[in-house]
Design a protein around this ligand. Structure first.
Ligand SMILES: [Zn+2]
Length: 243
């Protein structure tokens, strides 16, 4: 059976260096004896030793590996490699498959969005936002919860990087920030700072927007009369004041 995760889900649950090493293992055909089990996949991965790896069918970062990291419940490169194998079934990865972005970047294009495009982006954002949810579980669920926050920020990052510089995109980014601010004061446990640093990155992108297209600054005004719980908005309000 096909796994219920795809490559984007795998990228969202790991960090760029681990993903890159796993891609390398996959490309060099280091995954042998790949077998479909009842609820997951087992394989042997050739590293400095032979590692026995298991990956769950529903959740790519659930499973095990007998390497040092795997024994400490860390989603190691061997598990990532087997998860990739489960998705790709030995087929060649494209450059896009291999690529893993780190954080959001300012879009390269400057153009207005159509109404349809704005709608499509908003829909994608709503899906990504669902991963950033209040924390309800005990300490055992903490890692799963953290994964969910990382995933949400990863998906949002991809969307943000695709936005062209425009007043509509600027408005979309401001709304993302306001929604996240609200979430942080309503039970989202960001003790690792994942969401907080993502918000800082968006603020930095908006500062770039203001330089590229000063019309975007008008969308920052919304921040002046909103109740905001954290201090991320200060640099943007300063830009408005300077005008
Ligand atoms: Zn391992």
């Amino acid at each position: 059976m096909k796994p219920s995760f795809n490559l984007e889900d795998i990228k969202a649950t790991t960090d760029p260096p681990t993903y890159q090493k796993a891609v390398d293992l996959y490309n060099k055909k280091k995954i042998i004896q790949f077998k479909e089990e009842l609820n997951g996949y087992s394989a042997v991965v050739k590293g400095s030793e032979l590692y026995d790896v298991y990956v769950d069918m529903c959740q790519c970062n659930k499973g095990g590996c007998n390497c040092y990291l795997g024994q400490h419940d860390i989603f190691c490169k061997h598990m990532v490699a087997v998860a990739i194998y489960a998705v790709m079934n030995g087929q060649k990865l494209t450059t896009q498959d291999e690529n893993i972005t780190q954080g959001p970047v300012c879009g390269e294009l400057t153009k207005d969005l159509t109404k349809e495009e704005v709608g499509a982006f908003k829909k994608e954002i709503s899906c990504a936002m669902k991963f950033i949810k209040p924390y309800t579980g005990g300490s055992r669920k903490w890692f799963i919860y953290q994964d969910s926050l990382c995933k949400g920020c990863y998906f949002l990052s991809n969307i943000v990087s695709q936005l062209p510089v425009s007043t509509q995109s600027s408005e979309i980014l401001i709304n993302i920030l306001l929604r996240l601010d609200k979430k942080l004061s309503n039970g989202v446990d960001d003790s690792d700072g994942t969401v907080g640093s993502f918000m800082q990155e968006i603020v930095a992108i908006l500062q770039e927007y203001a330089k590229i297209n000063p019309k975007c600054i008008s969308t920052f005004r919304k921040l002046c009369d909103k109740e905001i719980s954290f201090d991320w908005s200060d640099p943007l309000i300063e830009i408005v004041d300077e005008q």
